[in-house]
Design a binder for this molecule. Structure first.
Ligand SMILES: NC(=O)c1ccc[n+]([C@@H]2O[C@H](COP(=O)([O-])OP(=O)(O)OC[C@H]3O[C@@H](n4cnc5c(N)ncnc54)[C@H](O)[C@@H]3O)[C@@H](O)[C@H]2O)c1
Ligand SMILES: N[C@H](CO)Cc1c[nH]c[nH+]1
Ligand SMILES: [Zn+2]
Length: 428
């Protein structure tokens, strides 16, 4: 981790930048794969599976036999933990149900919204370096609550051609309709265009590495809707002298271990905290099986000393982290200043892992600064709000003239006439 002391504002860009990616090369590679998937369907998906995941799946669809085998392989303890997480995720997302009201904007003019589920959704569950079965719960639970009819899921198989059993069990618990063995760009392409086996969906959800994120952004231009750019994980911790270095180090490492392109950021008003956290990181790293990933991610990461918590929060908002942990004495007060963040964790006990797995909030969140404009996945992500309106004769009398005048002023006589014929009909 690089330490930066009291940076002036002109240095902030160097702090808020994400790890460098050669975007043009990435886009070119992704686009070439997508175009093969579009042209050659299943065959191309299998070829890229062999190239990137080291296994050519005989068939892409997961069978009932594989589902049953997975149920046997998952320990009762893990199944219970998954059930606990699912319960909390369902409870929190059920509380997000929309209730639309009819509004009479003028006498006889009624307008309202109805929330309608997206019929066909495609979920991407990462599996390149870790089998993220928690992501299954995060994506499928709200899809099910929303009432999506077809919930399909893609995830890369392991080298033995199988999908991690916990992913399959979580999928069954959360209500996924069909599962396919495909990862990365090829999975996104398959769900965006449809292949002989994988159905085309209307919206693709889910996080992934830089390839997955770039593929979603490309297919999102013209072929399918996407939830948001959700790429390599990030966490930003804001702390003052009251914070616990051991906890902060653990939180930073918890996201650094996701991948070499992850990034963590510590912003503090206490100079000693930085050295204490660094000492803790060194110690904790020794016992981390994914030490190599974490070390590389830490190379892209920074600890920043600032004068005040107000300045810390200004820097947080400029960075727009996926996750923000606030470990300050008056964390509620500090939290008032949050403008740009995906998900916020308050106080020393709210570790990000709680939200990653089991507290109930969603862990599929905007990265790379997109928290300035996107929300994380939530119940609304799976619905559209369709507006309805009804006009009575009184309604025509209320707004008819305004419509006629505006249409005429826009030089759209056809529009004007649609109202005029009604006004005349009523007055006949
Ligand atoms: N933002 C969020 O909400 C969130 C949530 C969970 C995980 N994540 C992130 O998801 C990511 C998971 O990454 P992962 O790699 O473990 O799994 P992944 O499933 O995202 O990616 C694996 C796939 O990448 C493809 N791939 C690998 N190398 C490639 C190459 N050179 N060219 C083209 N395609 C290639 C392969 O097809 C492989 O199947 C991590 O970065 C993690 O931080 C983000
Ligand atoms: N931290 C990730 C979101 O950025 C989610 C996750 C899944 N498993 C563990 N963590
Ligand atoms: Zn995580």
């Amino acid at each position: 981790m690089h330490t930066i002391l009291y940076p002036t504002k002109d240095k902030w860009e160097g702090i808020t930048g994400r790890p460098h990616i050669d975007a043009s090369q990435l886009c070119e590679n992704v686009s070439a794969i997508l175009s093969e998937i579009r042209k050659r369907g299943d065959e191309a998906v299998k070829e890229y599976e062999e190239m990137f995941d080291g296994i050519r799946p005989e068939q892409l669809a997961v069978t009932e036999k594989e589902m049953a085998e997975a149920e046997r392989l998952v320990s009762p303890e893990l199944a219970e933990a998954i059930a606990t997480a699912h319960h909390n995720i369902r409870k929190f997302h059920e509380s997000q149900r929309f209730t639309g009201n009819k509004v009479e904007t003028m006498p006889g003019v009624e307008c309202w919204q109805k929330s309608v589920p997206i019929e066909k959704v495609g979920l991407y569950v990462p599996g390149g370096t870790a089998p993220l079965f928690s992501t299954v719960l995060m994506l499928a639970t709200p899809a099910k609550i929303a009432g999506c009819r077809d919930i399909i899921m893609c995830t890369p198989p392991a080298r033995d051609g199988k999908i991690n059993p916990a992913i399959l069990v979580a999928a069954r618990i959360a209500g996924v309709s069909r599962i396919y063995k495909a990862g990365g760009v090829q999975a996104i392409g398959a769900m965006a265009y449809g292949t002989e086996t994988v159905p085309k969906v209307y919206k693709i959800f889910g996080p992934g590495n830089q390839y997955v994120m770039a593929a979603k952004q490309q297919v999102g231009i013209a072929d399918v809707a996407i939830d948001m750019p959700a790429g390599p994980s990030e966490v930003c911790v804001v702390a003052d002298a009251s914070a616990t270095p051991e906890f902060i180090a653990a939180d930073l490492l918890s996201q650094a271990e996701h991948g070499t392109d992850s990034q963590v950021l510590l912003i503090t008003t206490d100079r000693h905290l930085i050295s204490n956290v660094e000492k803790e990181i060194k110690q904790q790293l020794e016992n981390l099986p994914r030490k190599e990933f974490a070390e590389k991610a830490l190379d892209n990461s920074k600890a920043v000393l600032v004068e005040t918590l107000d300045e810390a929060m200004e820097l947080v908002n400029a960075y727009a982290p996926e996750h923000l942990i606030i470990q300050t004495e008056n964390y509620n007060e500090t939290a008032e200043k949050v403008i740009n963040a995906g998900s916020v964790f308050l106080g020393k006990y709210a570790c990000e892992s709680a939200g990653d797995y089991a507290s109930g909030t969603n862990h599929t969140l905007p990265t790379h600064g997109y928290a300035t404009a996107y929300s994380g996945v939530n119940l609304d992500s799976y619905c559209r709000k369709i507006t309805f309106q009804h006009l009575s004769e009184q309604g025509v009398r209320s707004i008819g003239r305004a419509v006629e005048i505006m249409a005429a002023a826009e030089q759209l006589d056809g529009h004007k006439n649609a109202m005029t014929v009604r006004i005349e009909h009523i007055n006949r």
